[in-house]
Design a protein around this ligand. Structure first.
Ligand code: SF4
Length: 337
């Protein structure tokens, strides 16, 4: 059975789609429709036969772009298409491709064009919801929804080059201070770096836009560290996270990279909550969030600015709060190297 998975959402969503892809690969070849930004996350993945690029905002915009991707889909003669992303445009692609079995969530905008809908279970992790597109008749076991990424030689070499010779006996702690949504960026990474630097070697991850912030964080630590922001691909970032003793991150894509690499995670949630289905899946992970705020959560993604103006969900999570969790995890024996 040939399957196609359409996943053109955010980077973290692609990571959380890998358990669905792995489950489908047990039934036959799987091709994945992905954005250029997330396609690299599927490199070396043994469950993926091919990646079909869908550059919604550039090369694949408009009717001609739609037609090009449609041509690619038709060539596959797939038995089923799984809509891991629920837009009308993706549903129209699946419908126009002439694939009889088109499976997506009952809540998706594109559902009139599906041949089969599956409940969007709000009580499950999103990786489990996606996995159920292929197996709606039962809940997954924890091991079945662990995301997986496969950094290769190029990613290992890139991280080797960045970290240099491994003389430092301190555990490597990765920090990911960025997020697309401003209200999800915890504001005290500098203070955390100052507190943690004596006991840990720090590496700050992020996009090129995070480079200046990463520099400030490392400068505050007084012990320096590695500024990896903008210098690694996503898969190489996963490789670096995989080498770390733990990751401290906001509710953003690096959290899901850590889930895929089994790296214990301190995940800081402000306006969002893990109950939305996007919490860490790596063993020995801890969620930090403000438990005493009536206004929380206020938005599924995190609003551009705090609607109440005080942003207490993040401002009142202190560096001491997070630092205590970091020390706890570093002193907890884990099977992680
Ligand atoms: S309304 Fe509450 S949860 Fe939302 S951003 Fe403001 S403080 Fe955070």
């Amino acid at each position: 059975m040939v399957s196609i998975v359409i996943q053109t959402s955010f980077l973290g969503d692609m990571v959380l789609t890998t358990p669905l892809i792995a489950a489908l690969a047990e039934r036959g070849p799987v091709d994945v429709v992905a954005t250029p930004a997330s396609a690299g996350l599927l490199a070396n993945n043994p469950s993926v036969r091919a990646v079909i690029l869908y550059d919604k905002r550039r090369a694949s915009r408009g009717v001609r772009g739609f037609g090009r991707v449609l041509h690619e889909l038709r060539k596959r003669r797939a038995d089923a298409i799984y809509l891991a992303q629920g837009s009308v445009r993706s549903a129209a692609l699946a419908f126009a491709a002439g694939v009889h079995r088109r499976v997506g969530f009952r809540t998706s905008a594109g559902r009139p064009l599906y041949s089969q809908t599956v409940p969007y279970r709000r009580d499950l992790h999103h990786a489990a919801r996606l996995w159920q597109l292929a197996t709606p008749e039962r809940d997954p076991a924890p091991g079945e929804i662990r995301p997986r990424l496969y950094p290769g030689a190029a990613e290992r070499a890139a991280v080797d080059g960045l970290l240099g010779p491994a003389h430092d006996p301190r555990p490597l702690v990765a920090l990911a201070p960025g997020s697309v949504w401003a209200t999800k960026r915890w504001p005290y990474y500098k203070e955390l770096a100052r507190a943690a630097a004596a006991d840990a070697r720090l590496a700050v991850l992020g996009s090129a836009d995070d480079r200046a912030l990463a520099e400030e964080i490392l400068a505050a630590s007084s012990h320096g560290g590695v500024n990896a922001a903008g210098r690694l691909s996503l898969l190489a970032s996963a490789e670096l996270i995989g080498r770390a003793a733990l990751l401290v991150t906001n509710d953003s894509a690096p959290q899901h990279l850590a889930s895929a690499m089994d790296t214990p995670t301190v995940a800081i949630f402000g306006p969002t909550v893990p109950e939305f289905g996007f919490g860490p899946l790596a063993p020995h992970s801890i969620v930090v969030g403000h438990a005493a705020l009536d206004c929380r959560p206020c938005d599924r993604h995190g609003p551009p600015a705090c609607p109440l103006g005080h942003w207490k969900c993040m401002r009142e999570l202190t560096a001491d709060d997070v630092s205590a969790r970091v020390r706890h995890l570093l002193s907890t024996p884990t099977p992680h190297p």
